[in-house]
Design a protein around this ligand. Structure first.
Ligand code: BGC
Length: 570
């Protein structure tokens, strides 16, 4: 179902793309890839890699952890590709030291991970019970990172709401989440804040709201069309602001850290940059995506264009109030200015054109903005239905953030390329090129004056990819999910990224060309190791299953033999 919806959407985009090409309006040359920029990043620029709890930890029901909405969702049929779950995923919960040694080898400056709320507060409500074993796990992780001089950047919520809160209260549809979340995050500040200085309240709240409560593709899988996403977002924004204020008033003086949020968005480029309707449509796209969350946090209210469009559509539906909730005046001033830094997640770009959706009784977040998304079929991709490599979009996006929100401090919290599961080639040239070009656009943006302080490649490991299951691999490290050990193998991009980190950018053409060559040489031996893997897994089975069987048989035979001897004697 999820797959077929997505396929339909992609087909729709392709059909539109072909149609626009055929009408001659599609100017592919207008955004010709700019020349490569050779140079280095400012001193102190932070290089990192990321992960999230549900996607990598596994140990879903171990050591006192409560259930999250993702545990429940994945255990239902047809929610994820091939009905897989994150029950064990990369077993990251048990491999803290091993994974940190991978980071150390790359000389990462930071590691971005998320805390699982139900792992440390099983029911979600702090006064019910705190799970000390869960706390201990994150304590160890943080301590070990710091011992290795890797700065932890900690996300407090990467989609795994305690199931009990969804069950009893309706999750993010209910404003009581604001206080529950505030209590949980206060516990994190209290227990980890002496060592953690970068806090991210929410990762990609757009997905939480739209995919969780509007389209139902993500947990908790609700399809509250036209209202669900707006209501969830409203509570998320309030929860973010409450946590920022708590930190500001109770912890900042002693802990001296920062609290931000991570917003993920595609860049939306007008199909025709000479057409005012397309330009407005592309701006609406950005406001309905990034602006939906960023504008309240920086300016105190939803983007004007969102209020107009959702308001207008709600009136035409005969509703008395807009489906987009509104903030009270005191809420606006409370929310405004609650971002010490802005996390940006970015993977790809869309062309945008105006498209009118006739008002009808049925409403949806997707039709409220009156636009259509298109892709250029010539953009490179590695078999993905949604992720095309369009590096120039990143520079545009970063400049947009600078001009819209007063040049905030930015950390790139997610950026990377996926390959489909079938791909077992560790020589991932596609990812090396993607990273080279996207990171280069960040460098250009910094030269434009955008205040980017750090970059986080998404992701350290291949892992569970939500409704896509394990069918999309984002990792710098390949994870052999078939092996009991969840063995990690470096892809060529590990070496490539190491070169970028080591040079703090892109020193010269000659050097960069040699990086690709060296990385490719190294991945050939890793490929051989991986190719030998089925043999190794079989050997594990021999020791695990055959040894006990053979042992038991030996004991039985000896017993029969002894009985036979005894019988003969008497
Ligand atoms: C999510 C990640 C996910 C990535 C790729 C991001 O927006 O935060 O968890 O792995 O998209 O789908």
């Amino acid at each position: 179902m999820v797959e077929s919806n997505r396929l339909l959407r992609v087909c729709h985009i392709f059909a539109l793309a072909l149609w626009v090409c055929a009408t001659g309006d599609f100017d592919r040359t207008k955004n010709e890839i700019g020349s490569f920029y050779y140079g280095t990043f400012p001193t102190g620029f932070s290089w990192g890699a990321g992960s999230s709890a549900y996607q990598t930890e596994g140990a879903w029901d171990k050591e006192g952890k409560g259930m999250s909405i993702w545990d429940i969702f994945c255990h239902k049929k047809e929610k994820t590709s091939l009905n897989v779950t994150g029950d064990s995923s990369c077993e990251g919960y048990y491999k803290v030291k091993e994974d940190i040694s991978l980071m150390k080898d790359m000389k990462l400056n930071h590691y971005s991970f998320s805390i699982s709320w139900p792992r440390i507060i099983p029911s979600g409500i702090k006064s019910d019970k705190v799970n000390e074993k869960g706390i201990q796990h994150y304590d160890n992780l943080i301590n070990f990172l710091l011992e290795n001089r890797i700065t932890p950047i900690v996300t407090l919520y990467h989609w795994d709401l305690p199931h009990a809160l969804e069950d009893k209260y309706g999750g993010w549809q209910n404003s009581s989440m604001v206080n529950f979340f505030n209590d949980y995050t206060s516990l994190c500040f209290e227990r980890f804040g002496n060592r953690v200085k970068y806090w991210i309240t929410f990762n990609d709240p757009w997905s939480m709201a739209v995919e969780g409560y509007e389209s139902g593709e993500h947990a908790p899988g609700l399809r509250l069309k036209g209202t669900g996403a707006y209501k969830a977002a409203h509570n998320i924004i309030k929860a973010h602001a409450a946590v920022w204020h708590t930190y500001d008033t109770q912890w900042r003086d002693t802990q001296k850290g920062m609290v931000g949020i991570s917003l993920s968005t595609h860049w939306g480029e007008p199909v025709d940059i000479m057409n005012d309707m397309d330009i407005e449509a592309a701006d609406r796209y950005m406001q309905f995506n990034l602006g939906w969350f960023a504008t309240p946090l920086f300016n105190g209210d939803y983007p004007q264009v969102m209020k107009e469009y959702v308001g207008k559509k709600s009136t035409r539906q005969g509703l008395g109030d807009s489906r987009l909730p509104s903030f009270l005046p005191q809420e606006k001033s409370y929310i405004k200015g609650t971002c010490d830094f802005l996390g940006i997640g970015h993977f790809t770009t869309r062309y945008i054109t105006e498209k009118n959706y006739p008002s009808s009784r049925s409403s949806s977040y997707f039709t409220d903005s009156d636009l259509a998304e298109l892709v250029d079929p010539q953009w490179p991709n590695a078999g993905s239905e949604w992720l095309y490599s369009v590096p120039w979009g990143f520079r545009q996006l970063l400049n947009f953030v600078k001009s819209q929100y007063g040049n905030p401090m930015i950390y790139v919290t997610e950026n990377g390329a996926l390959e489909k599961m079938v791909c077992t080639d560790l020589c991932d040239e596609w990812r090396m090129l993607y990273l080279r070009d996207y990171i280069n656009e960040i460098l250009k943006a910094i030269n434009d004056g955008v205040n980017v302080k750090g970059y986080t490649v998404w992701s350290l490991l291949d892992k569970f990819e939500w409704d896509e299951g394990y069918s999309e691999r984002f990792g710098l490290y390949y994870v052999d999910f078939r092996s009991k050990n969840k063995t990690r193998y470096p892809k060529a991009s590990v070496q490539y990224y190491k070169h970028i980190i080591n040079s703090n950018g892109f020193p010269s053409q000659r050097e960069i060309e040699s990086w690709k060559r060296k990385a490719t040489e190294m991945c050939i031996s890793s490929n051989q190791l991986l190719a030998a893997d089925p043999l190794t897994s079989h050997m594990e089975m021999v020791t695990e299953i055959m040894v006990p069987i053979v042992g038991t048989l030996c004991i039985l035979l000896s017993a029969v033999f002894i009985m036979f001897l005894l019988k003969g004697r008497f």
